[in-house]
Design a protein around this ligand. Structure first.
Ligand SMILES: [Zn+2]
Length: 184
């Protein structure tokens, strides 16, 4: 997927998390938009090893080095990188102060992996095992049509989330009744 699609996926994923996974009724709209923005940037992190990616261009020497050592869609597109990053972040940053930020980065990163796993090239999720995971119905990553298609899917998701959240947060309360979710 291309950078704009990843950013939309990241922002949308945070909206879904915000309303359905861990409801934060105390958060203002500005805080929500701020978190979505950070999540959309975090969603670019796995492409740090791609010198021509949006993020890679900004830190070209670093991305070129990682690309030469691990290749594109190598280690940074794996569960090893994800859990390694989480371990590092939770080790160096106190959970109390940075818990929300770490969660945002985690969700942005995961949204990128989900976005790429639906492309024909797939992902080496179990790196260093080279096998690439994908799904039977993939979306061409490089094509502009594919990018618009991805953006459209994620926006539909976001469009579905917001009205549902406004409608009395019915899905959240339903989950709470099942004991699956804290009542907001
Ligand atoms: Zn990628």
């Amino acid at each position: 997927m291309m950078a704009p699609a990843h950013m939309i996926a990241g922002a949308t994923s945070w909206a879904v998390y915000h309303y359905f996974v861990k409801p934060m009724p105390e958060a203002s709209l500005i805080e929500l938009v701020g978190c979505m923005s950070i999540c959309s940037v975090a969603a670019l992190l796995p492409d740090i090893n791609h010198p021509t990616s949006t993020l890679g261009q900004k830190i070209y020497p670093v991305s070129k080095f990682i690309s030469m050592v691990f290749g594109h869609r190598g280690i940074t597109h794996s569960l090893l990188a994800f859990f390694g990053m989480m371990y590092l972040l939770t080790s160096i940053a106190p959970q109390q102060e940075y818990g929300l930020l770490i969660t945002i980065v985690a969700i942005g990163y995961l949204s990128h992996l989900v976005g790429d796993v639906i492309t024909p090239a797939g992902l080496p999720l179990l790196y260093p095992i080279k096998y690439r995971f994908t799904i039977p119905w993939t979306i061409e990553a490089g094509g502009v049509g594919g990018m618009y298609c991805c953006c459209f899917i994620w926006l539909v998701c976001a469009g579905a989330v917001y009205p549902m959240a406004l409608m009395g947060r019915a899905p959240i309360n339903a989950l709470a009744k099942l004991g699956l979710q804290e009542r907001a």
